[in-house]
Design a protein around this ligand. Structure first.
Ligand code: BGN
Length: 290
């Protein structure tokens, strides 16, 4: 261990634990919807070692990996990060943001991107909490704490896109906080949902199968602004989603975090860890024919 590392470890041990309620947490969130590039964000928030942000003066109780499944939404990503970073700093979170970007070509697969992101995060460090985060959702309430609890916590319970209500009972789409051990227990997301719809309902069934009753933010705490977008060309409605959902529980052990067929390249890009994820399309084409 180098002298610098020893010194850092020593300083960390001396830091008090961060308070449950950080100072000034009830100040309202001021959304900033101005376009901003990753380069500009870099100037605003210079690189941190390992892309990890830590609170000043105290030690967070949890180590957070925020995983954003992503493709082709540069503008949304810039705006999200420009809001999310100050939001999490105010919460005194210790966090690293992983953007799991699906390589160009083919249909988007949100579940597989999340699995690839979680896989890379858990290889990189010993995170204690995972926050699955959509690129278009911006939190509107300061005390919507991005922390894991005993049960998975559905964060985005009041999405502007759904009139600030849950679209249906049992909906677990959007943002959710879950511990790595819970995520592993349910074998993460299914890898087989190419295109829009169903992968979140499948994830909900996985949690239910293991008795993980999801806790939910209140409709006040769980408010999110939704960045609007047209139909994504690379993400058409998945016509097979109902068939897949019908067999979700039976597939759980063989289809998930433990069986992602992807090739992931890691690069430390300004304010985030960027993962470029190439899907083994031949493998998934074979699986689909079965
Ligand atoms: C549901 C989708 C979810 C989506 C929500 C909100 C399906 C499965 C077939 C019934 N589920 O209908 O994936 O998050 O709408 O848009 O399509």
């Amino acid at each position: 261990m180098t002298k610098a590392t020893t010194e850092r470890l020593f300083n960390m041990m001396l830091l008090p634990t961060c308070p449950d309620k950080p100072p000034n947490i009830l100040e309202p969130v001021k959304l900033n919807l101005t376009n901003i590039s990753l380069d500009e964000l870099q100037t605003k928030y210079p690189s941190h070692p390992g892309d990890r942000y830590r609170p000043e003066g105290c030690r967070s109780g949890q180590r957070l990996a925020v995983v954003i499944p992503y493709r082709d939404r540069k503008q949304h990503l810039g705006i999200l990060l420009n809001n999310l970073i100050p939001f999490l700093k105010k919460q005194q979170a210790d966090f690293t943001i992983f953007v799991a970007e699906q390589a160009p070509g083919g249909t988007f697969n949100r579940g597989l991107m999340i699995n690839a992101g979680v896989e890379a995060a858990l290889e990189a460090d010993n995170f204690t909490c995972l926050v699955i985060h959509d690129v278009d959702l911006i939190p509107e309430t300061s005390d919507n704490y991005y922390r894991c609890r005993k049960k998975p916590l559905h964060l985005s319970t009041a999405n502007a896109k759904f009139d600030y209500k849950l679209p249906y009972q049992g909906y677990v789409g959007g943002n959710i906080a879950i511990t790595p051990s819970q995520y592993k227990r349910i074998n993460g997301f299914s890898n087989l949902y190419f295109g829009w719809g169903g992968e979140d309902d499948d994830f909900g069934q996985r949690m239910a199968t293991f008795g993980l009753r999801v806790e939910r933010n209140t409709h006040v705490t769980g408010r999110y602004y939704a960045q609007s977008h047209g139909k994504d060309k690379g993400n058409p409605i998945n016509p097979k989603r109902n068939i897949l959902l019908g067999k979700a529980v039976g597939r759980l052990k063989t289809d998930g975090l433990l069986s992602t067929h992807v090739n992931t390249t890691v690069s430390h890009r300004s304010v985030v860890t960027l993962l470029t994820v190439s899907i083994d399309t031949q493998f998934y084409a074979r699986t689909a024919r079965r």
